[in-house]
Design a protein around this ligand. Sequence first.
Ligand code: TEU
Length: 510
Amino acid sequence: MDANKVSTVYQIYPKSFQDSDGDGVGDLQGVISRLDYLSWLGVEMIWLNPVYVSPGYDNGYDVADYTRIDPLFGSMDDMDELIREADNRGIGIMMDIVANHTSHQHEWFLQSERDPEGAYGNFYIWRDTPNEWSSFFGGGTWTYSPIRNQYYFHAFAPEQPDLNWKNEYVRKEMAEVLAFWVERGVTGFRFDVIDLIGKDVDRKQWLDFPLMRRYLKDLVAQVDTSSLLLVGEAGGLTPDEILDLQRDSSLDVVFNFEVCALDEQGGQGKWKLAPFEPSRLKTTLDTWQRAFAMEGRNSLFWNNHDQPRVISRWYDDDERAAKMLAVLLYGLKGIPFLYQGEEVGMTNGLIAPEDYQDIETLNYLKAGGTLDAVRMKGRDHARIPMLWGEGTDSFSTGTPWLQSAHNEAGRNVATMCTDETSLLYLYRELIALRRTNQLLRDGAYELVPTEERLYVYRRIIDGEPPLLVVANLSQDTLPLPSGCGERLISTEKDEAPMLRPFEAFICYNF
Ligand code: TEU
């Protein structure tokens, strides 16, 4: 697929999007019932978080069967209907492929555990003696299996054993999973923690790039990917490594998390918070934009199902900041990913301590973590049911699987739909603009030096008048930068002689 042509991917966390049967959990029929909304919004692809059969220790990132739908979400008929109905509206479906690990209840693991000499004996990473290495969810990376009398490796929870990618049959099986979904008509894949497939557990090395590159290249070479959008979640890759993968079409775009970590102390994990500094937002985005200024592209996103709302973490829930961030992101070079609820300014909301559900958060709290950090960075805050109306009633007629409260009136689809000056309408206009404006899609990126509270950059194509994107990252009133011509889109209804707090716009540059 020509990745530059995708104007917006909309991420749906199915558990929290729309419940159709009143059990408090979102499902595929729920997604289908909201396709007209997504079509109105103008999105071209949906990234669906995992809906495969799973015991749900990590909300579906522990897959027990890659080619069956979990009854919690519906059936394969529902999935086929979703693919068809989305396609009727010009919307593709991107499946989440969790290739690094499976569930401990996956048939491969059960067989591997029981029969070391059998066909699946070498599908996972088994050792007689474990080394000391910390997993991403806290605790060690090795768990003893009394059945096999050996230890197996897991980068995440013990219920998520890592596949042994050195085994060519593992790679073949995964290619068959891809082929299965291509056959059913999906238009993209998002590969979960794909940088980890080349790891060396004995040397305690998460990333061996040449190896990871080879495995990934082999994997995608086994299916016809020409009409697919390939997205890799690979926080450990450098821009050069990403460019390398883009050049040979192993991936179209990569998720990197440097921006998400701006409110962390750095090097000490996600829970050690530091104050957010707008100037660092600018320098970090600029570094990544420069790396792909002439070739390749970035992924552009603020939030996802792992990253709670940045307007809560950085900007005290301020809706003006949400608008500014929307314009700033849609001006950048790359593919924008919009996470459900972001278009109505959903915030981290409130969750009572006893209602936390996420395995990562529960482990952290058990280990003595603080609620303050969880309120900012706990993944449940990103997974609060979608606010279609004032409360979560319109998400489900039953009791939502995750209890939460919001106190920001009007931040929901029903309210914002009736207000053409709302954040929701701004997103709709931005999405439409990116669809038609070649400069925004393909133009090179160039920073315009300004003071640090202001982020100004140009998008350029030879022989065309450049665009200027101006974003006031602060609540201060600032002088307008020079060179601002006719505005294409703005957070404000009118123009003022000064830049208002959090004002942002895209205009022609003279
Ligand atoms: O996330 C990968 C990942 O690196 C996370 O551990 C991330 O660091 C953490 O969520 C930050 O809080 C992917 C999925 O997006 C996530 O939902 C899964 O839990 C994880 O892989 C394991 O499959």
